[in-house]
Design a protein around this ligand. Structure first.
Ligand code: ADP
Length: 488
């Protein structure tokens, strides 16, 4: 990553934009001022030409006088401000030039002399012995007996040039100064604008696992920074929640694994004790094996939960018909129920398919049936049923077991949560069964509903959206009563 401060970047662009703007404006203002002065010089030249024309007319009205002998200030201007006058014959010969020209005549613009019909012609700016001048050439009216055919007036551009140079100098001084000032101002402004970001960085750097509950101080204004801060705070909120879940999860896992490990260790010690009989050793190994199996089941379930949570299981989803799954689970349920003296029955419908994973869906149905049998005393009944309802399919497991306390209902889907009745129960269980059911249902976009009455029984209902193809393939459904198991 390039290491360049945002502050530097902001200042750089701010100053660059400022410099370009000032330069363009300075040049434009200078040009406008020059054009205006230049236009007023042209006007002065034309006016001077008119006065020369009328003065020459006056002189000609005195035919006895020597041509250009007595000249007025029009034809012979004072030395300041510099204005030069020259009269030419039709052939371009100099008949008269004002005294301020000395021995040097005004240059002749032969292009202007070519055609009298063009009237007054202002020549491009030129130099007269180093002095910048602008010159106008104009035809003089024809008078009998006079040679004078052209007049020329020139004005010094000295003042215009000086004003222009002064402007350019001012621009050359003001521009860098203005850029310097804008750079300093930009640097200061950028620091002011970025100061709150420094605060955010410092707080974010301070936040570690130990103080994940810390938050960046929110801003009162809802600007970009305010939104960034609230987004970061929301992120921290989620991180904290996840972190707490992970910590609780690790604590729960170690707690759950400690009991079987302690039992295995105890049994191994019994088996290794000096003088242990063959029967004692056999019993100890059987207990250790039981616990090892329980641990392995627990780890398998945890792995599945973790995979579901990270979404790793989902890529295997396909169009999955539920009837075969219900058939398999029914057989397992029947065996479990028989062993416990519980009546088991199952009802299913054909052509109910969901978008999902058959192994996970089997696990979901089995966990519900397993729980129903586990928490139903001998003599009770367990019913597994599958039904279609519009665009959804409903899987329900109903039992006449111990039921669940209302206070417990909200927690039974938590990991490692085991109800009071379950803890006293002799049959195993780790409190992961329903957590898995919930995760699997969520992965299949399903919803779970539980109704229960302590002492009377419970109904767990999972509703899944039917996969689109399933509905289209066979719109009519046949309800089949599948398995009926009677108490053994
Ligand atoms: P466990 O391994 O304890 O069965 P679960 O996650 O499957 O863990 O269930 C969590 C708790 O929910 C159980 O300990 C039990 O208290 C309660 N529970 C679940 N299913 C039933 C049911 N069918 N009848 C009564 N209680 C149930």
């Amino acid at each position: 990553m390039k290491s360049r401060s945002l502050r530097f970047e902001l200042t750089f662009w701010y100053s660059t934009v400022m410099a370009v703007t000032l330069l363009v404006m300075g040049v434009a203002v200078e040009q406008v001022a020059y054009n205006r002065i230049s236009a007023s010089i042209d006007n002065s030249l034309r006016q001077a030409a008119f006065t020369v024309i009328s003065e020459v007319g006056v002189l000609r009205s005195k035919p006895d006088a020597e041509p250009f002998g007595e000249t007025s200030t029009v034809l012979n201007p004072p030395p300041w401000p510099p204005r030069y006058v020259q009269i030419l014959s039709a052939s371009g010969e100099v008949l008269y030039r004002s005294a301020n020209l000395g021995q040097y005549p005004l240059p002749i613009d032969s292009a202007a002399l070519r055609d009298r019909g063009r009237g007054m012609v202002i020549s491009p700016d030129m130099r007269l012995h180093g002095e910048p001048i602008r010159m106008i050439t104009f035809p003089l009216p024809e008078y009998n007996g006079s040679d004078a055919a052209w007049g020329q007036v020139a004005l010094s551009l000295h003042d215009l040039d000086r004003a222009r140079k002064k402007n350019q100098l001012a621009l050359a001084i003001i521009l860098p100064a203005a850029i310097g000032i804008s750079a300093v101002a930009g640097w200061w402004l950028a620091r002011r604008a970025l100061r709150p970001i420094d605060g955010v960085i410092r707080t974010a750097q301070r936040i570690r696992a130990a103080n994940l509950n810390e938050r960046i101080a929110p801003r009162e204004v809802d600007d970009e920074l305010g939104r960034l801060i609230s987004t970061l705070n929301e992120l921290l909120e989620r991180l904290e929640l996840n972190f707490r879940q992970v910590s609780r999860f690790s604590a729960d896992v170690s707690h759950e694994l400690r009991t079987p490990l302690t039992i295995i260790q105890g049994e191994a010690e019994v088996a290794l004790r000096e003088g242990a009989s063959r029967e004692e050793m056999q019993l100890a190994l059987e207990v250790a094996l039981d616990e090892a199996q329980r641990m392995s089941k627990l780890v398998k379930n945890l792995l599945m939960l973790a995979r579901l949570e990270t979404g790793q299981e989902r890529p295997h989803f396909v169009e999955t018909p539920l009837a075969p799954i219900i058939e398999d689970v029914s057989e397992e349920g029947l065996a479990l129920a028989r062993a416990k003296g519980v009546t088991f029955s199952a009802h299913t419908v054909e052509n109910a398919s969901v978008w999902g994973d058959a192994v996970l869906l089997h696990q979901l149905a089995f966990n519900l049936v397993d729980n129903a049998v586990k928490y139903t005393p001998a003599g009770g009944t367990v019913e597994l049923s599958l039904s279609r309802n519009g665009s959804s399919v409903r899987l329900s497991v109903k039992d006449t077991g111990v039921g669940i306390d209302e206070a417990e209902l909200g927690r039974i889907f938590d990991r490692f949560y085991r109800g009071d009745s379950a803890r006293n129960h002799t049959e195993g269980g780790s409190g992961l069964g329903l957590a898995l059911v919930a995760q699997i249902a969520e992965a299949h976009k399903g919803t779970i509903q539980v109704t229960s009455k302590p002492g009377e029984g419970s109904v767990f209902t999972v509703t899944f959206p039917l996969s689109s193809q399933a509905g289209k393939a066979r719109p009519d459904m046949a309800e089949v009563s599948m398995i009926e198991g009677i108490r053994s």
